[in-house]
Write a protein that binds this ligand. Structure first.
Ligand code: ACM
Ligand code: ZN
Length: 626
């Protein structure tokens, strides 16, 4: 009897284990999912049932299915069997809010229920991830049947703000490319696209009152290569590199996004990062010097790239600009930047100094705060609220500002203590412009943010009311992102991690499980022709010095279950080379000039070979960098 019971237990356990391995690889992980036996089959006769406010989502799904399967799926008012039913609740389901949904797949059909179209759209995205990965093929595949596993899913987001920022100033991306990114975001339930529309290197939005902003400000001299080593514009050199969006294009983008449950938050970055505006209208700066739009260079500007905060004509300019911005973007927020303002020109400017005296401002930080508060009034006069980078805390927060915390979590924590709303986007976890693997084999950028670290992001600091942290965001600055394909490389899979952190309950987070699902999702990206990185398969090289100053190498991997092989003799490592024993430190072989390492899984090469010179490793130890 006892033996029988144990046998039953063992069987049940083993079934459960193998069962859990077959759960669909969804990202973000839903709140709860249970899987039954068998499938529902979508075929050429399957219909979509939808009425009233569910119809736009039905039409989106219909057009996706037509493109990917060739089926002309009909949208009908009623259908019992062989249908995908998109149902808006007549009685509100309090548990799931606006973006949540319940998705039920039975042998007879599919049903998605939600309170609002946003929830239906999110449910449809989950449904598409339940389809076989062939549904993603860039070219339609003709198949008679698409099997969808029988499941019951309850799902709703942890945070209301699930954003990605694209910097379209440092490099310009066409509207078609931005739309492609929006399609990619929608798959993973992001709901905010933050467009960084202006900076020193380009003004990207048509402003009818100030045509020079895009006639001159959207264009710079062509340069390639390292952003921070670029030659300045030369006298008489033609500015041919750039572009901008017309207001009509931006309005179309806004509706394109709205159909995908995404809002567009525009950013007009002031008072710093404003050289493109100043090059177009020199009256805006303290010096009134004539400038060209910048073609590169690193972060802090030496040019006078800040708007003069003392001159009233600066504010008159901003009134007209923000009125037009507000008329194009329905989003409740306008991001006004506020970051990294070089205030040294304010210190030398008679107009700024007079303003400080007149207003009783003790220092330039208080002048910045005066500036932001005036901009807040302008923005609010247009029925919007401001969001700003955490520097807007300096000298005192504007009364209704929402803070985007980027220099770590401190700014956001401080703002929340002052009862302000916060979007968390700390560099260490959310900056998608950082290296995601070993700098020796990645395109040049700076610092380091691996996939695993991104997954460890926790937007709510201890001691802060969760409600004030409205969410988080990944930021793709594009100094070192010259084209869209590379933008995708930087976005994915790190944005899978952010999507899950921002949507799924903290209790469901599980790194190993996430890696498995990431690999499955990458298969789908490949079929869809979306670029992504695979850097999380590569070795992590950690050089260090022992007490005697001797260089040693410790190796690791981001994901479990990999083997590492290395060489010091200028040959490429494979599974017949020295195998690394986890946790050990390797001494450098005498006279070795290069170190090479590669990862394997189950006897097959997986990551890329990393080649680093011993000199470089010494430098890394000295500079304490990746
Ligand atoms: C920023 O990264 N300057 C907000
Ligand atoms: Zn000034």
């Amino acid at each position: 009897m006892k033996a029988h019971l144990i046998l039953v237990l063992v069987l049940t356990l083993s079934q459960l284990i193998s069962f859990s391995q077959t759960l669909p690889a969804l990202i973000p992980e839903p709140v709860s999912i249970t899987q039954g036996k068998g499938n529902f089959t979508v075929n050429v006769h399957t219909k979509i049932r939808a009425i009233d406010s569910a119809k736009p989502v039905a039409e989106w799904l219909q057009s996706f299915l037509q493109k990917q399967t060739g089926y002309k799926t009909a949208i009908v008012n009623s259908a019992k069997e062989n249908a995908i039913q998109l149902l808006i609740n007549t009685v509100r389901d309090e548990m799931i809010g606006s973006e949540g949904y319940r998705l039920l797949v039975t042998a007879k059909g599919i049903q998605i229920q939600a309170n609002d179209p946003a929830g239906l759209f999110c449910g449809v995205q989950t449904l598409l991830q339940l389809f076989p990965s062939d549904i993603e093929n860039a070219k339609a595949i003709s198949k008679k049947a698409w099997d969808i596993p029988i499941v019951s899913i309850l799902d709703y987001p942890r945070f209301a703000w699930r954003g990605l920022m694209l910097d379209v100033s440092r490099h310009f991306f066409t509207i078609q490319e931005v739309k492609k990114m929006v399609d990619e975001m929608a798959r993973y339930k992001f709901n905010i696209l933050h467009l960084h529309l202006t900076d020193d290197q380009g003004w990207r939005m048509e402003i009818k009152a100030y045509p020079e902003l895009t006639k001159k400000g959207a264009w710079r001299v062509p340069r390639t290569g390292l952003w921070w080593d670029r030659e300045s514009p030369q006298p008489g050199e033609a500015a041919t590199d750039g572009g901008f969006y017309t207001q009509q294009q931006l309005k179309e983008l806004v509706s394109y996004c709205a159909a995908r449950n995404i809002q567009v938050m525009p950013e007009i970055d002031v008072p710093g990062h404003s050289l493109a505006a100043i090059a177009s209208y020199p009256f805006l700066s303290c010096t009134k010097d004539l400038y060209e739009v910048n073609a590169g260079n690193r972060f802090a500007a030496t040019d006078d790239d800040a708007l003069c905060a003392g001159n009233d004509s600066t504010y008159q300019f901003l009134e007209k600009v923000f009125a037009e911005v507000a008329s194009v973007f329905p989003c409740k927020y306008i991001h006004i930047g506020g970051d990294e303002c070089n205030k040294s020109f304010w210190s030398k400017c008679a107009v700024c100094q007079k303003k400080m005296k007149d207003e009783g401002l003790k220092n330039e930080n208080e002048l910045q705060s005066y500036f932001i508060k005036r901009v807040e009034k302008i923005v609010e006069a247009n029925g919007k609220r401001i969001m700003g980078w955490d520097e807007i805390l300096e000298g005192g927060l504007a009364p209704n500002a929402t803070v985007m915390s980027w220099r770590g979590m401190q700014g956001g924590t401080e703002a929340a203590k002052q009862n302000h709303q916060v979007v968390m986007t700390p560099t260490d976890y959310c900056y998608l412009d950082l290296y995601q693997g070993d700098p020796a084999i990645e395109p040049p950028t700076y610092s380091l943010l691996r996939l695993k670290k991104t997954y460890e992001f926790e937007p709510v600091p201890t001691g802060v009311k969760e409600g004030l942290i409205i969410g988080g965001q990944g930021n793709l600055w594009t100094e070192s992102v010259p084209h869209f394909r590379h933008a995708e490389y930087m976005l994915w899979p790190r944005s899978f991690a952010l999507a899950e952190v921002l949507w799924s309950p903290k209790s469901t987070h599980n790194w190993n499980d996430f890696v498995g699902r990431t690999e499955k999702q990458i298969e789908r990206l490949d079929k869809a022709g979306i670029n992504h990185s695979m850097s999380f398969y590569d070795a992590i090289i950690e050089p260090k010095k022992d007490a005697q100053g001797k260089l040693l190498i410790n190796l690791d991997t981001e994901i479990e279950g990999l083997q590492l092989y290395y060489t010091f003799d200028d040959t490429y490592p494979d599974a017949y080379s020295q195998r690394y024993v986890k946790g050990t430190d390797i001494p450098i072989e005498k006279d070795a000039e290069t170190f090479r390492v590669v990862t394997y899984r189950n006897g097959k090469p997986l990551g890329r070979i990393i080649t680093v010179t011993v000199d470089e490793l010494k430098k890394r130890v000295k500079n304490n960098n990746p």
